[in-house]
Ligand binder design. Sequence first.
Ligand code: FCB
Length: 456
Amino acid sequence: MGSAGTDSDASPGPPAPATLALPASFKWGVSSAAYQIEGAVAEDGRGPSIWDLFGRQQGRIANGDTGDVACDHYHRYREDVALMRRLGIKVYRFSVAWPRVLPQGHGQANSLGLDFYDRLIDELLGNGIEPWLCLYHWDLPQALDDLGGWQNRDIALWFADYAALVARRYSDRVRHFATFNEPNVCTLFGYGMGWNAPGIANRRSFLQAAHHVNLAHGEAVRTLRTLAPGALLGAIHNRQKCLPISAAPQDAVAAGILDACWNRLYSDPQILAEYPPELVDGVQEFRRAGDMARIAQPIDWFGLNHYCPIYARADQGPLGFAWADAPHDVPLTGVGWRIDPAAFRDELIAAHRRYKLPIYVTENGYGANETLDAAGGVNDGGRIAYLHTYTKALAEAAASGVDVRGYFLWSLLDNLEWGAGFASRFGIVYVDYATLKRVPKASFDWFAELIRAQQK
Ligand code: FCB
């Protein structure tokens, strides 16, 4: 998302972690996604995912990077959980790779793949960390894409079967399940704009995929309720304010359409049982009688991912908007994303008012193109400054009455940042991709201290 901007790492010195006015039960954690960290893509019977094939196409992932090895978390998860323990977190959100546990997407399960998540969950629990399991963080089995992927309505049932497998296997130890991570990104970028796997750029395909994702969400919630009756179920939505790139009235219209596609196309049907008015005609041809009731299953929590406001400009193409990079006269992260903590606070307040569910911030963090310094560390003052102001904004939202119960930082480790590849680093632990060595950055100690300060 967006182009590289100026790195704002030249801050005068890291602010000390503040004590934030948050409830004692507030949970601090980190988030990850299978494809971005696991590697071992051809090991122990894992089937290919759409990202494996996408990454092999020329120019899809910067620098020709792939998830083949990534952070090698598949083999190094013990070391990574040890880092989490050292950090002092109590919750960890990860995703299961659908093609690792169901190489064909449906049918025969892969017991060696299932074993991996047993090991990971047990390791987390053994270290006093609660596992939060997300079913879908974009790595669709290629075998299902060959059948039409999210454009095939049958996928709602394949997804429910996958949810059943996961619930039967792990719900004795996992209490929090999420269906989708950021359905907006995997459908808009994957089917509407062609930036993400499977690389389709077509408005109709996008809205078809969106409706089927919503149906799959509802079917999975229903399945999880039956098979994991004590579990707390949620969905993770990326909410960002959508701004026009200029004062031109057409850009304001474009920003409104982007807002419908980005902020409302999933959470509104899933929670309020209605499609945004701007898109209701577009999804109509894919809807069948009873769909809205199937989609709008009650859930227990709202996962909110937030990084920055995003920008739109008017466009004659079918989507009705074009993506615009943030202007350069506002503060930017090292990867060109706008820094605006008040926007974070406002999104928390807006989501609380609109959906009336307990909120967990399931992603927030800072990206930069970092290298090790002469002393072999990373003094990431820009990230610390960002986290300092964003966690304060979080506390402001809580003080204004938002029922926010946790914050999962993105991310523990640097990892494969989708199309941006490995150069775009979001970790509080630096990963040297040549050796796979993990080097905690200054922000790691800062975040550990913040968590400790909260517990005093
Ligand atoms: C979010 C994704 C996550 C990561 C962060 C930086 O949109 O959910 O996988 O790429 O952005």
